[in-house]
Design a protein around this ligand. Sequence first.
Ligand code: TRP
Length: 459
Amino acid sequence: MAFRNPMKSLRVLTGITTSGTPHLGNYVGAIRPSVQASRRPEVQSFYFLADYHALIKVGEPERIQRSTLEIAATWLAAGLDPNRVTFYRQSDIPEIPELTWFLTCMAGKGLLNRAHAYKAQVDKNLAAGVDSDNEVSAGLFMYPVLMAADILMFRAHQVPVGRDQIQHIEMARDMAASFNHLYGPHLVLPEAAIEENVATLPGLDGRKMSKSYDNTIALFAPPQVLRKQIAAMVTDSRKPGEPKSTEGSALFEIYRAFASAEETRAMAQAYAQGIAWADAKQLLFERIEGEIAPMRQTYEQLMADPGRLEDILRAGADKARQIATPFIQELRQAVGLRSLRQAGARPTPAAGNAKISLPSLKQYRHDDGKFYFKLLDGEGQLLLQSLAFDSPRQAGELVARLKQGDASVLESHADRLEPASDAAHLAQALLSLRQAAEGTANSVAQALDKAARHPNKDL
Ligand code: TRP
């Protein structure tokens, strides 16, 4: 993480594939803890609907749309506050597929060959005696690259994921490191954040609750359906009055995920005292319903008003693109997709030509007694103008960061700056400042980064 700014909050990013209807397992394992985490003051959270990813598995347009609606409504009903986090739809951010291509050019094919989801299909094919690439789309193969673009686009530091996704984060790190090695330190190397004490919920049949086992309990099904599904849960054949074991009881596990420690103890005692399964199921139903019912009401209101959800997602996309648009400009510059009008054909200072004049920052005081700064390119053209600051120190801090080429100032202090008239030119200027500032420090950081990675680890 060569240029993680300690002043800035921790960026956490999570994607949710829009291929199904949220169930209780998703709620307990992902939605509830994520919504809680999004309230931490030091965290800047990004939540998005991974609808491009959904296309890899789902070929039914109505299902994609329906699932997007349901998942958006679910997260909001569960308390995600779109004013506080950045909540958007992947396909509203055209910069993501563009970054996907840049990363495609970085990703080793051999690395992608080792991706679990792809490998699982290949293994299945081999076991069935059919061609190893049977039913393998290039989309499935490229899944980790698209996911890396999701993460790297927003310079996420942490990505909370289940264990099955750790490999994808490692791959994103790998692609980011390759990119940085070739083009300079633009991308933040993300880390997987594994929630150790988040419950995986068992499903109706006792196996892990999962769509692929068809054993899920829908999160916002009407109460009668919830009651029926709970009634259908597999238990053992012990009669009322016979002591029951909490060990391996799916019913108990689900109860625990919704109950306080005290309630859980009381339930364990009821098991020991031989509570009838029907009664235990009734308690479970009441406990879940108690938590879900208020959210269900919001959920239903949102589902009845898709236009409102659309507006919320659009606003989220605008917010996300305030980061993505300048950043992809920076990356386009970095890889050499540049305007021919720019002085880009000239060698960079890093290439040994020190005569090029760097962009410069000027801090000054105006007649109004306030403090300002501006950024000029090497030819003296204005690229960025600040608004007024009361103290020279405030202005000075930003100047210092900009001198290092820290482009994150543009979004973190957008309200202190006049809108840039030429974002691409500005990105180029900050890039050359950063390259100049980091100069040799760069190569050291990269060497350390490389040492910290595990290039040969079997993913
Ligand atoms: N692959 C993730 C899943 O199936 C969804 C996802 C897509 C994602 N892009 C992401 C998760 C980026 C975290 C970060 O659960």
